[in-house]
Design a protein around this ligand. Sequence first.
Ligand code: C5P
Length: 235
Amino acid sequence: MRKFKAFIALDCKSNSENIKIVKKLSSLVFGFKVGYSAYYNKHSNKLISEIKKRKSHLFLDLKLHDIPNTVGSAITSLSKINPDYLTVHISGGKNMLDQSLATIKKHKLKTNLLGVTLLTSLDNKDSKLIFSEKKTSLLVKKMASIAANSKINGLICSGQDLNDLKKYKKLIKVTPGVKLYRRKDDQKRVTFVDEALLNGADYVVIGRELINSKDPVKLLEKYYEENKNKNLWSN
Ligand code: C5P
């Protein structure tokens, strides 16, 4: 089985469960996403070492957002970890993005900087209220153009936004909020993993559907058997 173009979100209840997931899945997936709960756990260093030991890709999802100098200092503090991917909010502004890139360069880090376009929890009302932009889709395009101008490496974007972002060919696109399988009770519009990866996402992020499944390895192997001819796997 080739590696799935996916980051597995390590959102288990405990650090030891997260480590178990890494051990089980590192040979099957591109990498792992360490977000707030795993990173702020007092044993996060063990989890990060496990990911690195297995030569899997580490995506540190810290969604940094502060004045440029402070974000730069945060990245300096992360130098030892040297994550493969790190998130910042594009709404922090071009100066913040520039300073982040300059800090990565200064410390010769391998880190790819990914900009969060817009939290999917925000709707058109929030978009108007906070950013004076009537539609989230227009705001996402604006954020993507700021990201492209500042030459960060990529974007975090929803499956619904992938069509609008096709022109940004150089930007890596990572899409969370996707599902492998439809469930009977799926009411609202969801994007599926294969749709996202075939429509411009370079990687997807999958969390609960895998980490809460009884046998994540079996689930991934089943998915591979059903989809091995599609371009969802890296060589
Ligand atoms: O929903 P699921 O458990 O697959 O989410 C996995 C990860 O993707 C979570 O860590 C969450 O932060 C992120 N996510 C997101 N936007 C969404 C849904 C999930 O950023 N709409």
